[in-house]
Design a protein around this ligand. Structure first.
Ligand code: NAD
Length: 256
């Protein structure tokens, strides 16, 4: 066990699968009461996590979910805005509805859930809001203007909200996962050469694991991270460290 979240309520959006599910699992092992929000729950939730169906793009759905958590537990200590979708397509060809859907989930959903938990956190004089950005917020990919722009918006939203909530001791941070194979990106299904090309951009030259993100989030949610706010923290295996990290591997294999 890394950190003990006994008596704390942690709400994780998009926790029905992928990274969100691992985050939920991790917090349950740290003794938190975990509330998982998602459109659907294809698998049983980990531990004694509680699932609430919630569409983060729908104000009524968000209000109902947060009101259910509030009336059941009377507190929300941590909100993790993990829900997100990936929308691909060159700008020239992109269906405007797809662009809108991307911003609806990735940005509007983060806004709605954050807004919904603020009164409770203010009343408590503490709280943690942690938002999923992406390395695409810093270095976007060709054909991913909507996704990159939406994640950059999450970063700016995070910075502003961090300052707005500073007086109440509530911290707001964003994280930028690197390449973690999930249903969203299909990295694991790429041909080997394609996988190698992507991994060659990382100092640690391995795919990220959902647990790598969960580890960071446990720390950011803890009292130990009380002086970190408005930050974008990358958990990407060194995606931003150098231009050609594969050179180090060529050097290392030559040295053996
Ligand atoms: P995923 O597609 O496996 O999971 C996303 C979850 O969000 C799903 O369970 C989905 O149902 C839920 N969701 C989508 N729309 C929703 C809505 N309207 N309301 C409620 N829930 C909704 O994706 P993932 O790879 O686990 O990604 C999780 C987060 O991490 C996303 O925000 C993503 O942008 C970010 N991220 C992932 C990677 C990666 O490599 N996997 C990299 C950078 C950032």
């Amino acid at each position: 066990m890394l950190i003990d979240f006994t008596d704390q309520v942690v709400v994780v959006s998009g926790a029905g699968r992928g990274i969100g599910r691992s985050i939920a699992e991790r917090f349950t092992t740290e003794n938190a009461t975990v509330v998982a929000l998602d459109l659907a729950f294809p698998e049983p939730l980990p531990g004694d996590a509680i699932g609430i169906a919630c569409d983060v793009t729908d104000p009524d759905s968000v209000a109902a979910a947060i009101s259910q958590v509030t009336s059941t537990f009377g507190r929300i200590d941590v909100l993790i805005n993990n829900a997100g979708i990936n929308v691909e397509g060159n700008v020239e060809d992109l269906d405007p509805q797809r662009w809108r859907a991307c911003f609806d989930v990735n940005v509007f959903g983060v806004f709605l859930l954050s807004q919904a938990v603020i009164p409770l956190m203010k009343e408590a004089g503490r709280g943690r809001i942690i938002n999923a950005a992406s390395f695409a917020a810093i270095i976007p990919s060709v054909g991913a203007a909507a996704y990159g722009a939406s994640k950059a918006a999450v970063v700016q939203f995070t910075r502003v909200l961090a300052s707005e909530l500073g007086p109440w001791g509530i911290t707001v941070n964003a994280y930028a996962p690197g390449m973690i194979p999930t249903a969203m990106n299909g990295f694991a299904d790429l041909p080997e050469s394609g996988q190698r090309r992507l991994l060659d951009t990382l100092s640690l030259r391995r795919w990220g694991r959902p647990e790598d993100v969960a580890d960071l989030l446990c720390f950011l949610a803890s009292d130990g991270a009380g002086y970190i706010t408005g930050a974008l923290i990358d958990v990407s295996g060194g995606k931003f460290a150098t231009q050609l990290p594969s050179r180090a591997y060529e050097g290392a294999s030559g040295a053996n």
